[in-house]
Design a protein around this ligand. Structure first.
Ligand code: IDP
Ligand code: MG
Length: 203
């Protein structure tokens, strides 16, 4: 009897893992923001060839960026790089959402001005997906203070003062996960197959 139970359990596990290999999207719809390194037996193929192309990050064009009609140019940079847009919306942010988003900055002297700035008009918020997208987008966005940001970065090209730095990018995997959950409902994020995937990364 015990032997029979073991066989059935083994069979179920085999089917589960082979199913996930054929349909990696099922992991995404389960709400994963990144495939952890060494993700169990199912990761045989994933570990070897698609380590973390499903990493996700939150990017927001702040009110000054929207007012200055920079949304298209900023999005274009992420598209050009090969990242995949999986979430997008425009909204007038509430004080409550911002307080949660910037909870670590609550005690900073500039916090009230930051809230005022961020609620001064609509923002465009996005979720981008791809290999090492969190780190790559921080590099693409540039230094917090645009005066120190390199040319070629979003902040380095479109702004010069820290209080009007045009764009937000999550600063870590954990931060990205937290921010995506804060700004987006699960159903607002789409997992879709991009036909250029074999050209932008190894799959
Ligand atoms: P980050 O946006 O590069 O991650 P954070 O330190 O997380 O930088 O700060 C969040 C935001 O707060 C900045 O993007 C900027 O809008 C604002 N901020 C940070 N430091 C200052 C400051 O010294 N004066 C005014 N605003 C600031
Ligand atoms: Mg930050």
């Amino acid at each position: 009897m015990v032997l029979l139970q073991r066989c059935v359990f083994k069979r179920v596990l085999q089917q589960f893992y082979s199913g996930n290999q054929r349909h990696p999207k099922s992991l995404l719809s389960a709400g994963f923001t990144a495939l952890p390194a060494g993700a169990g037996a199912a990761g045989r193929r994933s570990q070897a060839t698609i380590p973390d192309i499903r990493e996700r990050t939150l990017i927001a064009v702040k009110p000054d960026g929207v007012q200055r009609r920079l949304v298209g140019q900023i999005m274009q940079r992420f598209e050009q790089r090969g990242f995949k847009l999986v979430g997008l919306k425009m909204l007038q942010v509430s004080d409550d959402l911002l307080a949660q988003h910037y909870c670590e900055l609550r005690t900073k002297p500039f916090y009230p001005r930051l809230l005022h700035y961020m609620t001064s008009g609509p923002v465009v918020v996005m979720v981008w997906e791809g290999h090492k997208v969190v780190q790559a987008s921080r590099t693409m966005v540039g230094h917090t203070n645009p005066a120190e940001a390199q040319a070629g970065t979003v902040r380095g090209d479109f702004s010069f003062h820290v209080s009007r730095n045009v764009v937000h990018a999550s600063d870590s995997l954990e931060g990205a996960q937290r921010e995506i959950q804060l700004w987006f409902q699960k159903k607002e994020i789409l997992s879709w197959d991009s036909c250029d995937q074999t050209f932008t990364c190894e799959v």
